[in-house]
Design a binder for this molecule. Sequence first.
Ligand code: SF4
Length: 148
Amino acid sequence: MTKTNSKKTEKPQYKISIAAEILGISVHTLRMYEREGLIIPFKKDSSQRLYSDKDIERLNCIRNAIHEEKVSIEGIKRIFSLVPCWAIVKCSEKDKQNCSALNGHAKPCWTYKHENNFCTDRDCRECIVYNEYGNCGVIKEKLKELLL
Ligand code: SF4
């Protein structure tokens, strides 16, 4: 997957139509990426979606993976599912017992409904797991930092 430097800002600034235009995709496709859990846009009170430069970078990586490297959306979700979120946020043994994401391997942790564990009511958009490991272009480097 294409490596990115991930130095972009997290300021929510682009409406969905602008983000789609920057990426050269349709609003429909952008919404589909959200439904699939590949991206979590900022949501204002009005439920209007906003995207940051970092989101654009994430989405570009997803687009490259799909179009240049022929990885399917299911494949990208499986890659995200391998991120050891329990080690990053340091879940307790009790939390792990109540976590579907721990044993699941088909989708990212932030797409599960978490009940009675550490992630219940946490805002994934604000979480280090989504923010630092949710960009397919930097996952390998981040895992090296975590594990080596
Ligand atoms: S808060 Fe969300 S992104 Fe963070 S570890 Fe829990 S489910 Fe994953």
